[in-house]
Write a protein that binds this ligand. Sequence first.
Ligand code: MN
Length: 137
Amino acid sequence: MPARILIAEDNRASLELVEYLLGTRGYTTRAASNGGEGLRIAREMVPDLVICDLQMPVLNGYEVVRVLKADPLLGPIPVIALTAYSMPGDRDKAIAAGFNGYLSKPIDPETFIAEIEHFLRPELRARRTENGSQSEP
Ligand code: MN
């Protein structure tokens, strides 16, 4: 069963791209446009993976991951940081804050799925189709 993935991202274009890339691979997605909504939906759906923008209204990504990782039920879920402000040290700061992984924008459609699937147990990864639905360079 392909993973159910929560995306918390306030940038509409970025959110739509991530939803599109995951959806066409067979993943179920839920979207939140700020950190508070992200936490509410996380508690409701208990996703298999969370993709979380760092700069968001209400609660930012650091605040979201802190709450998720302190929760006994939600803590084990992989949380991937997504940010437009990629500076030296950002990755280490995100990992130190509790994120399991880090992706910087702009999103590369060629590598995005593979990068996300790295954080999913094999049984949660979408099956490849016969002709290969993942585009090759
Ligand atoms: Mn943002």
